[in-house]
Design a protein around this ligand. Structure first.
Ligand code: CP
Ligand code: NVA
Length: 299
């Protein structure tokens, strides 16, 4: 059966942990002679901008001896209304896996339904599961076992990375405190599926209190640019700054999927400061996705 990765919970807890452990191993001991994907290709469909996702998949495939094709959706026939199901049928006869970054999780499900090869979510309106593989890898590399620990999400709760973090809490056994303004909370069905791993907090200070990891994301995700002014004022009390970080555990680390907006969701003192692990986090996108591709194509 073809396995897809449209959301983090498409993996079992044991599978998710083994992908992250394999990512750590790939990073620790890279082997240029190990080229399991010679002759294999990954099609990458983008309807939105990307730096990390595109480069990490492309470099990861090259390191494994394979090739990635960058397909800007607007320059493919998708941009002229070819159905996504037909695109899936065609790409999956020529490629070994498909990655897609688009707005619609439902379209990704449709793509997967008609694909013979694994489909990977490189970000949708609802989830960003590849980001979480890298984030969990990074957290473990810096702090070891994360079972029973507490992470705090501060800012936009109705956010693709936040939703994947909620799924991660359930899969990896940590608690996620979420602090978001009224009307910007995470989707209720995702919170309730996480069965008690999530705590919705009234304030940023309450969420970070004693937390081992503080994480945020942009207040204005791709596609929400028209709401930017309204969002800047709605989120004003949810900036991650040094006084907020002081409420966390003294060993707490800071993460951000990037791109960051210094002076909005996070101050420069935090993201460029000693608790920040954002550059390891960005690099780990590549190792984590190499481990994911191995899992989907070789196991
Ligand atoms: N974090 C992330 O997905 O970055 P890009 O938008 O640059 O791919
Ligand atoms: N929430 C952000 C993540 C970017 C990687 C967005 O969707 O734009």
């Amino acid at each position: 059966m073809t396995r897809h990765f449209l959301k983090l919970s498409d993996l079992s807890p044991a599978e998710a942990l083994s992908v992250v452990k394999r990512a750590q191993e790939l990073r620790r001991s890279p082997d240029p002679g190990y080229r399991p994907f010679v002759g294999r290709t990954l099609a990458m469909i983008f309807t939105k901008n990307s730096t990390r996702t595109r480069v990490s998949f492309e470099s990861g495939m090259a390191k494994f001896g394979g090739h990635a094709l960058f397909l800007h959706a607007g320059t493919t026939q998708l941009g002229r209304d070819e159905p996504i199901a037909d695109t899936a049928r065609v790409l999956s006869r020529m490629c070994d896996a498909i990655m897609i970054r688009n707005n619609s999780q439902a379209d990704q499900t449709e793509l997967a339904l008609h694909s013979r090869v694994p489909v990977i979510n490189g970000l949708s309106d609802i989830h960003h599961p590849c980001q979480l593989l890298a984030d969990i890898q990074t957290w473990m590399e810096h702090r070891g076992d994360i079972r029973g620990k507490t992470a705090a999400w501060v800012g936009d709760g109705n956010n693709n990375v936040c939703h994947s973090f909620i799924e991660a809490a359930q899969l990896f056994g940590f608690t996620l405190n979420v602090a978001a303004p009224q009307g910007y909370g995470p989707l209720e069905n995702i919170v309730s599926a996480a069965k008690g791993s999530v705590r919705i907090c009234r304030s940023a200070a309450e969420a970070v209190s004693g937390a081992d990891l503080i994480v945020t994301d942009t207040w204005t995700s791709m596609g929400q640019e028209a709401e930017q002014q309204r969002r800047l004022s709605a989120f004003a009390d949810y900036q991650v700054d040094l006084p907020l970080m002081q409420g966390a555990h003294p060993d707490a680390i800071f993460m951000h999927c990037l791109p960051a907006h210094r002076g909005e969701e996070v101050t420069a003192a935090v993201i460029d400061g000693p608790q920040s692990v954002v550059w390891d986090e960005a690099e780990n996108r590549m190792w984590a996705q190499m481990a994911l591709l191995e899992f989907l194509l070789l196991s």
